[in-house]
Design a protein around this ligand. Structure first.
Ligand code: NAD
Length: 246
């Protein structure tokens, strides 16, 4: 309790599956969580700001507004998940344009927003940045779990999430002298009423024999934002029921 007392934390994509639970956990821990999203799906309208993370002008305006309103940004959770309509197309059929668009929206936008928030954190001489990666930024997909489902793992996801893990190491090293920490959380598959065949296949492979839930992930994000992790930086914590240990 109160691990994040009075801390101002910005989350992107806080209206989604994981974001909603992360916001709840940050608020329970005593922090003030500000949600930047293109859709408002949280009851806390006061702490919602419309922001398209893929637009530099939108990000610039909202970060300036937050700093003028709250005076500081103690934590950032990079969590938004913009993707194209054809996300999930099989490898052979992905157009180059679609590949480029997803890299721009999901990797380049994370750099752009992180850079703007980090400038504020440098001026404060403190901050904690948590970036959502994935098990698929760490290992290749096991395509057998998609058999019989019509589902697949998007190719760009591996490049994006793997890139974010090493981007995090870079900024941890670069920003460490400014007392700013940067870490990744890499969730395994989160249950979201997917095709039951996929769920069965996934559960049979993962050592803990179940898919993840949002509340498996949120406490780890809160921990990384908090001073309990004050000497922890440049790391990637896989929260995956053991998926990446085998
Ligand atoms: N759900 C999983 O199984 C899982 C597993 C591993 C990693 N992750 C990662 O966790 C993060 C959150 O995933 P999720 O499942 O909650 O996703 P989600 O799709 O449920 O939510 C994503 C949120 O991002 C917002 N968003 C989309 N485009 C945006 C934009 N241009 N600007 C601002 N906000 C935008 C959406 O409105 C939505 O609220 C993602 O980075 C994802 O890659 C998810």
């Amino acid at each position: 309790m109160n691990r994040l007392k009075d801390k101002i934390v910005v989350i992107t994509g806080g209206s989604g599956l994981l974001g909603r639970d992360i916001i709840k956990s940050i608020n329970i821990a005593g922090g003030k969580c500000i949600n930047l999203d293109i859709q408002q799906d949280t009851p806390d309208a006061e702490n919602f700001f419309y922001c398209d993370v893929t637009s530099e002008s939108s990000v610039k305006a909202v970060i300036e507004l937050i700093v003028s309103k709250f005076g500081r940004i103690d934590g950032l959770v990079n969590n938004a998940y913009p993707r194209t309509g054809d996300w999930g197309t099989r490898f052979e059929e992905i157009s180059y344009t679609s590949w480029q668009q997803n890299i721009d929206w999901q990797l380049n936008s994370y750099f752009m927003l992180t850079q703007k928030v980090a400038k504020q954190m440098i001026s404060q001489k403190s901050g904690s940045i948590v970036t959502m990666s994935s098990i698929y930024g760490m290992v290749g997909p096991d395509f057998t779990v998609y058999e019989g489902t019509g589902m697949t793992m998007p190719t760009a996801y591996s490049a994006i999430k793997g890139g974010l893990i090493n981007f995090t190491r870079y900024i941890a090293s670069y920003l460490g002298p400014h007392n700013i920490r940067a870490n990744c959380v890499s969730p395994g598959g989160i249950f979201d009423n997917q095709n039951p065949i996929f769920v069965k296949n996934y559960e049979a492979k993962v050592p803990m024999r179940r898919m993840g839930l949002p509340d498996d992930i949120s406490p780890v994000v809160v921990f990384l934002l908090s001073d309990d992790a004050k000497y922890l930086t440049g790391q990637n914590l896989a929260v995956d029921g053991g998926w990446t240990c085998i």
